[in-house]
Design a protein around this ligand. Structure first.
Ligand SMILES: NC(=O)c1ccc[n+]([C@@H]2O[C@H](COP(=O)([O-])OP(=O)(O)OC[C@H]3O[C@@H](n4cnc5c(N)ncnc54)[C@H](O)[C@@H]3O)[C@@H](O)[C@H]2O)c1
Length: 331
């Protein structure tokens, strides 16, 4: 029996999730919910489901097992709590919430209510990331290169409003932090960052551009460059490297391609089969979430991962503001 699913937030990312839910044999899309009724109606029409602008319809339905929350970030905390208290499993978009305290709150309530929460860290699930993790299980050095155009295609302008997104920098930096944690198999223990406001159109005066060094608990070191001043046509917005002695895995093409280099060998290339670069990794993330709900022994990026990626990103902001290295506090 497929899981009944409601997608809350029928915008850019909600559409991607809805299409995955429809495509999977393990899920059935029942409700498309959005406060903006025409958006819900359009997505419901496109997916053969029902539209609502009343969230009670989601919480009260005995047929909904899983809610996908793809709303503006400032709503994530309240919606996740309402979902968990209604006994719904949750696929929650990133950043998990606005503050670390809100994330910890979601962790607590989800555990108390016994529901699965997975966080939208799709980049862990591209074929390129999975192969990179396997090829370099103990990296010594890692790098994240995430440079956006000032107004990336499909991006919503609310992301530039810190009151709605948590900040332009943090809103996407959490992806880099999560993937670096995944690729390193370790935790970030210290960061040292520099940053500035790029002046890109629409952004607030807060820093939206950063470079940072990261120290991992296993001794690996990492760096990242992140900003909205201009994307790279060569390696794309999402490019990562993970390397150990004698092996380098370079992920590029929006996280979809991997070039694996070992000296003296022919380079190996792994290509993710997903056509839409923005959808890459999202279908396997849904599949893993469904398997986890079914009690299978699979790992999903859970609420603690959501909390840590926000915590480290906030520490990067703190380091930019103070000009000092910041030790990541124990949770
Ligand atoms: N994982 C990824 O790669 C990825 C990519 C893009 C966006 N996101 C995340 O997905 C979320 C949505 O981003 P988007 O780009 O789709 O935004 P969007 O503006 O395209 O869509 C958001 C939708 O949520 C609706 N909404 C807002 N508050 C609501 C509420 N309380 N109840 C019901 N509906 C509500 C809005 O009306 C809108 O239709 C954000 O948290 C964003 O950070 C993740």
């Amino acid at each position: 029996m497929p899981l009944g699913v409601a997608v809350i937030g029928c915008g850019f990312q909600g559409r991607i999730h809805a299409s995955n839910v429809v495509a999977s044999r393990d899920t059935e899309l029942l409700l498309c919910a959005d406060l903006d009724e025409p958006r819900a109606t359009d997505l419901a029409a496109d997916t053969g489901s029902t539209a609502t602008n009343r969230l009670e319809d989601v919480w009260d339905s005995p047929h909904i097992d899983l809610v996908v929350i793809a709303t503006t970030t400032h709503t994530h905390h309240d919606l996740a709590l309402a979902g968990a208290r209604s006994g719904k499993h949750i696929l929650l978009e990133k950043p998990m919430a606005m503050t670390v305290e809100e994330c910890l709150d979601i962790e607590r309530v989800a555990e108390k209510c016994g529901v699965v929460v997975s966080v939208g860290y799709k980049f862990r699930y591209t074929a390129a990331s999975v192969a990179a993790r396997r090829a370099v299980p103990e990296p010594r050095v890692l790098h994240a290169h995430t440079l956006y155009d000032p107004a990336p295609p499909g991006a919503s302008s609310w992301v530039n409003d810190p009151a709605l997104s948590g900040g332009r920098l943090v809103s996407s930096l959490v992806h880099s932090v999560d993937l670096l944690r995944f690729l390193s198999g370790s935790e970030v223990v210290r960061v040292f960052a520099e940053g500035q406001a790029s002046g890109a159109s629409g952004t607030s005066g807060d820093p939206d551009t950063a470079t940072a060094t990261l120290l991992f608990a296993n001794g690996a070191v990492g760096s990242l460059i992140h900003g909205t001043a201009g994307a790279s046509a060569l390696v794309s917005t999402w490019s990562f490297q993970t390397a150990a002695s004698g092996v380098n895995a370079t992920i590029h093409d929006h996280g979809r391609r991997l070039v694996l280099h070992r000296p003296g060998e022919v380079d190996e290339v792994v290509i993710d089969p997903t056509d839409d670069p923005f959808a890459a990794g999202t279908a396997p993330l849904l599949a893993a979430t469904v398997a986890r709900i079914a009690g299978e022994d699979v790992t999903v990026p859970g609420p603690r991962d959501g909390t840590i990626s926000l915590l480290v990103s906030r520490c990067i902001e703190e380091s930019i503001a103070s000009g000092q290295p910041v030790e990541i506090p124990e949770l």
